[in-house]
Design a protein around this ligand. Structure first.
Ligand code: ADP
Ligand code: MG
Length: 224
C-alpha cells in the first residue's frame, strides 16, 4: 500500500532524510520515533505530498508520488489520505461539523451527504453533541476527536498522525490513542504514528526509529 524506497531529502545542504526505505501493508500500524529534528515531520510531509524528496520513490496506493505534479499530489492527499497533528489544526472560524464537512466538500460530495456523513463520523468519535461548537469552545480531547473525524470521514487508506497526543493530558491522550486504534481496525486504515513516548507505541505492530535521517527498525518490538 505504501512503498518508500531510497528516499533522501536535504535542506540547505543538510541531509534531513538519508536513504530511507520501508513498506507498510494495508491496515498496518507503524510507530515512528526519533529525537526532535531527526526528520520525522519531513518524512510525513513527503508521504502526504506536501514536500517532495530529492531522491527515491514513494508509491502510495499505486501512484509514485515523486512523478506527480503538486496538483496531482494534492488530489491524492485530499481523497485518500488522512492527517492529524499535535495542535489539531482545525479551522477556527468553522464549527466541528463544518470542519469535518469541508473534507467531503473538497472531494465533491453533495450538501446532503456532507451533513449525513459528517454527523455519522462525529458520532463515531464521540463528539456529535459538539457538532455546532467552534474549536475555541472545545477541550483539547474534543478538538482532536473532531480532527480524527475530519481525517477519516473520506475513508482514507492511510492515517498520518504527528504526535497526536502530544498536547493532551495523560487520560485524554490514552482515550484518543484507543480511539485511533479501534477506528484503524474498524475501517482498515493503516497508520504512521509519530511519537516521543514509548507507551504510545502499544497500538502499533512495528516501531521505526529515525536518527539524523537514518531509519532503523527494532525487530524485537515487532508485534502482530
Ligand atoms: P522532527 O519532526 O523529527 O522534529 P523535522 O522533520 O521537522 O524534524 O526537521 C528535520 C530538520 O529539517 C530540522 O533540522 C529542521 O530544522 C529542518 N527543516 C525542516 N523543514 C524545513 C524547511 N522547510 N526548510 C529548512 N529546513 C527545514
Ligand atoms: Mg516534527
Amino acid at each position: 500500500m505504501l512503498f518508500i524506497e531510497g528516499v533522501s531529502k536535504s535542506y540547505q545542504s543538510r541531509r534531513v532524510l538519508n536513504d530511507v526505505s520501508f513498506t507498510i501493508s494495508p491496515g498496518e500500524r507503524v510507530a515512528l520515533m526519533g529525537p526532535s529534528g531527526s526528520g520525522k515531520s519531513t518524512l510525513l510531509n513527503c508521504i502526504s505530498g506536501l514536500d517532495s524528496p530529492d531522491e527515491g520513490t514513494i508509491t502510495f496506493d499505486g501512484s509514485d508520488l515523486t512523478t506527480l505534479s503538486i496538483d496531482e499530489r494534492t488530489l491524492i492527499r485530499r481523497s485518500r489520505l488522512g492527517s492529524i497533528f499535535q495542535f489539531f489544526h482545525l479551522l477556527p472560524t468553522m464549527t466541528a461539523r463544518e470542519n469535518v464537512a469541508l473534507s467531503l466538500q473538497l472531494n465533491g460530495y453533495s450538501a446532503t451527504d456532507q451533513k449525513t456523513l459528517s454527523e455519522e463520523m462525529l458520532g463515531e468519535v464521540g463528539v456529535l453533541h459538539r457538532a455546532d461548537a467552534f474549536p475555541r469552545e472545545m477541550s483539547g480531547g474534543e478538538m482532536q476527536r473532531v480532527a480524527i473525524a475530519r481525517a477519516l470521514v473520506i475513508k482514507p487508506k492511510l492515517l498520518l498522525a504527528d504526535e497526536p497526543t502530544g498536547n493532551l493530558d495523560t487520560n485524554n491522550g490514552e482515550r484518543v490513542l484507543s480511539l485511533i486504534e479501534s477506528l484503524s481496525n474498524a475501517h482498515q486504515v493503516a497508520l504512521i504514528l509519530v511519537t516521543h513516548q514509548e507507551e504510545t507505541t502499544r497500538i502499533c505492530n512495528r516501531t521505526l526509529h529515525i536518527h539524523d535521517g537514518k531509519l532503523t527498525e527494532s525487530e524485537e518490538q515487532t508485534r502482530t
